[in-house]
Design a protein. Structure first.
Length: 106
C-alpha cells in the first residue's frame, strides 16, 4: 500500500535537502514541495505564526519507518510534523511506480 507523507519544514533549503535525500536513497518515489504555507500553531503555550514549506512524499508503507527516521535526523525542528496518509485509490500504474521506487533500506 502506498502512503502520502505530509511534512512541514521552515525553509526551502531544508525542504530540498530532505526531499532529495529521500528520493536519492530510494525511500520516496517522489516528493512535491509546496512553497509559502502560512501556519498558525500553538507551541510551548504560545500561539505562533510563520511561513513553512510542505513536503508531500509518495512512499510505500514498507519504507515509512525508515522515511520517518531519515526526516527526524535531517529536520531542524524539535517536534516536526510528519503524518502518513494512506492512499486508498488512484491511478494503478502510478501506485505501482510508488511501490517500485520506495523501498525500505536494507
Amino acid at each position: 500500500m502506498a502512503l502520502l507523507v505530509y511534512v512541514t519544514v521552515p525553509d526551502e533549503a531544508e525542504a530540498r535537502h530532505i526531499a532529495r535525500t529521500l528520493v536519492e536513497a530510494q525511500l520516496a518515489a517522489g516528493v512535491n514541495i509546496l512553497h509559502g504555507a502560512n501556519s498558525i500553531y500553538r507551541w510551548q503555550g504560545r500561539v505562533c505564526e510563520g511561513t513553512e514549506h510542505i513536503l508531500l512524499a509518495q512512499v510505500s508503507r514498507a519504507a515509512f519507518a525508515t522515511v520517518r527516521e531519515t526526516i527526524l535526523a535531517l529536520h531542524s525542528h524539535q517536534t516536526p510534523c510528519i503524518i502518513a496518509l494512506p492512499i486508498d485509490g488512484g491511478h494503478c500504474p502510478f501506485l505501482h511506480w510508488i511501490e517500485e521506487n520506495s523501498r525500505p533500506s536494507a
